[in-house]
Design a protein around this ligand. Structure first.
Ligand code: GLY
Length: 283
């Protein structure tokens, strides 16, 4: 089995997508809170600005296709990138399938080796895929099925792939993510802790855990960047005061609180809004 991927968390590019006006009314959602489109736009602009200006990533911004793809800002679901390979997914929600077209074009342009999930019995959302740097965990959810996990395993043969049942949440990463090499951020709920236990049982590796009182706060974005070191985009104290305090204890990380109050109303989390890629600059 592969050890920790060299350069885990090291990225040069981020693919993001403009927020469509149709998001407020038409994006899929499990709740019923009204989205303030202007606030959502401001929030997304700040997220992109952090990637571009604060962290110095090259940001590729895909056009929104305003009406047709209300969920398209959540680019993570359209592709899984690991090393030089990009798996273009077959999203579980039919209304989201065409989001992959622009993503495929962008990742091809970045010189990645493209694998497409064409099997019509397979579904997979990137939000269900947790790459730890050593292995993949794939959530079997209302969006991702066993066949999707098998195709992912075929695409990334260097790494073990284990599946984890996801119930009562949209995606696996609705309650977990990586907060550093070997460090899994995990929500405190019973469902999240149960999923972590399954992951630990299936793994040959010992992971450290960072438990967040709020499941949604356990979705954070880890990077390791030249001249910045360990970087973590995480929830703001306004959204999740108790969870923010847990992040604030990570003294070795550059901590960047990023607001996600509007996009969360349509089940968007911090990892959902970018696909991070490691390429040499100026391809
Ligand atoms: N609104 C994000 C999703 O349901 O896929």
């Amino acid at each position: 089995m592969a050890g920790l991927m060299s350069g885990f968390g090291s990225f040069t590019h981020a693919v993001v997508r403009a927020l469509p006006q149709s998001l407020a009314k038409e994006a899929l959602r499990t709740g019923s809170l009204e989205v303030d489109l202007l606030k959502a736009q401001e929030e997304h602009d700040k997220y992109v600005s952090v990637l571009k200006h604060r962290l110095g990533l090259e940001v590729v911004e895909l056009p929104p296709r305003t009406r047709a793809l209300p969920d398209c800002v959540f680019v993570e679901d359209a592709a899984v990138v690991c090393g030089d390979t990009a798996l273009i997914t077959r999203p579980g929600a039919e209304s989201r399938r065409k989001e992959t077209e622009a993503m495929k074009a962008a990742l091809t342009e970045l010189g990645l080796s493209i694998v497409e999930m064409t099997d019509e019995s397979a579904t997979l959302d990137g939000g269900d895929v947790l790459f730890t740097g050593r292995e993949f965990f794939v959530g079997l959810s209302m969006r991702t099925n066993q066949r999707g996990a098998e195709i992912l395993a075929d695409a990334f043969k260097d790494y073990a792939v284990s599946t984890v049942p996801v119930q009562d949440r949209l995606h696996l990463k609705s309650f977990c993510s990586m907060a550093g090499p070997g460090l899994i951020a995990i929500g405190a709920s019973e469902a999240a802790q149960k999923a972590l236990k399954i992951m630990q049982q299936m793994s040959d590796h010992n992971y450290d855990k960072l438990t967040l009182p709020d499941d949604l706060a356990a979705n954070c974005v880890y990077m390791n960047l030249p001249s910045k070191g360990d970087v973590l985009l995480h929830c703001t104290p306004e959204e999740f005061p108790e969870s923010a305090k847990v992040f604030e204890k990570l003294k070795d990380h550059m901590l960047i609180p990023v607001s996600n109050q509007e996009k969360v109303k349509v089940d968007g989390a911090l990892t959902c809004c970018s696909v991070l890629v490691n390429r040499k600059k100026n391809i």
